[in-house]
Design a protein around this ligand. Structure first.
Ligand code: TYM
Length: 342
């Protein structure tokens, strides 16, 4: 059976990159797959989080999922720490993954920065927890932005090594030799890597100090308009063809954003706006962005005003997730040779 899993960290400032690269795609996959969408709070605490702010942020990400159109009844929406299997399976994977594999992870190097000695052990082991998230549900497809590609490759390596290392035990337990499927990343469309509005060489990010670099899902129409109008561009008009976007990162980025919001592609956008000045294109982009984000923004506001409701949705999701997780964990314990409570 095919199953989608993905997660978003509750670390504040959900932005257009998170929406176009991930959340919007979560919604689109709901007709074709059974989907599990997770607010990954255990990932968030790999760097310091203020407890009250973390709670607020967990509810805000859940609200963003629902406001964007994720169906928490047909599919599963929950926060990671409510299902203990994530942390349990991550420990098993800490014992499967090799130091050399984790040493290659570029995101750890970026996030730990120069003071690596002072990074948390959790930040280093982060990719193992991410593999556990996915494989706890034996998910086959994982919609993410481009920046998660390396972590997905690691998850596949872990799945494969577990299946190999325990092949005899998997067979002895009468289980499928591919006990863990090798999860496939779904990284597609015109906005897999949305860039900063201030610098076309940097990705749009929650942690970038300049708020003008990103469009937050909580921004109102005026903020969106002002950020897009001030977005960095080059002096040329828009090119007529996709080839003309080469070496023009800011133009490429704005066209990609437009295409993703319009459910279109860069070629079609340029067929319409090729030759136009940025001022005209930016106005069209403001209108489109406000048109698409305003209803999500309004619904998020409505939802976060009732934290009790969000907590009930998350609790209901966690119960259903846990039922799947427990089955996997029971099999994993049998496979590894751990004795379960009778
Ligand atoms: P996170 O919380 O940083 O980002 C959530 C999702 O948004 C995507 N994304 C982007 N897409 C396009 N352009 C951007 N500028 C941009 N910035 C972020 C991310 O690729 C991601 O899909 N490790 C993950 C969370 C995670 C996870 C998982 C994902 C934990 N466990 C299991 C999938 C499966 C992360 O930090 O995403």
């Amino acid at each position: 059976p095919q199953r989608v899993f993905s997660g978003v960290q509750p670390t504040g400032n959900l932005h257009l990159g998170n929406y176009l690269g991930a959340i919007k795609r979560f919604v689109e996959l709901q007709d074709r797959f059974g989907c599990i969408y997770c607010v990954v709070d255990l990932h968030a605490i790999t760097v310091w989080q203020d407890p009250a702010e973390l709670r607020r942020s967990i509810r805000e990400v859940a609200a963003a999922f629902l406001a964007a159109g994720v169906d928490g009844e047909k599919h599963i929406v929950f926060n990671q720490s409510q299902v203990s299997g994530h942390a349990e399976l991550a420990w098993i994977f800490n014992c499967v993954a090799r130091l050399g594999w984790l040493n290659r992870m570029t995101q750890f190097k970026e996030k730990a920065g120069k003071d690596r000695e002072n990074a948390s052990v959790g930040l280093y082991a982060y990719p193992n927890l991410m593999a556990a998230d996915i494989l706890l549900y034996r998910a086959t497809h994982v919609p993410v932005g481009e920046d998660q590609k390396q972590h997905l490759e690691l998850a596949r390596d872990i799945a494969q090594k577990f299946n190999n290392d325990f092949a005899a035990s998997i067979a002895a337990n009468g289980l499928d030799e591919k006990f863990f499927p090798l999860p496939e990343p779904l990284i597609a469309g015109p906005a897999t890597r949305v860039m900063s509005l201030r610098d076309g060489s940097k990705k749009m990010s929650k942690s970038e100090p300049s708020d003008a670099s990103r469009i937050n899902l909580t921004d109102d129409a005026d903020q969106i308009a002002s950020k897009i109008r001030k977005a960095k561009t080059d002096p040329l008009p828009l090119p007529e063809t996709v080839e003309g976007l080469k070496d023009r990162p800011e133009a490429d980025n704005l066209v990609g954003i437009y295409a993703a919001l319009a459910d279109s592609d860069a070629a079609a956008v340029l067929a319409q706006y090729g030759g136009a000045q940025f001022s005209a294109f930016k106005q069209a982009l403001v209108d489109l962005t406000v048109d698409k984000l305003a209803p999500i923004n309004a619904e998020m506001k409505r939802l976060v005003a009732d934290p009790g409701h969000i907590d009930r949705v998350l609790g209901h999701g966690a119960e259903r997730a846990d039922a799947i997780a427990e089955t996997t964990m029971a099999a994993v314990k049998d496979i590894v040779g751990l004795i379960r409570r009778a």
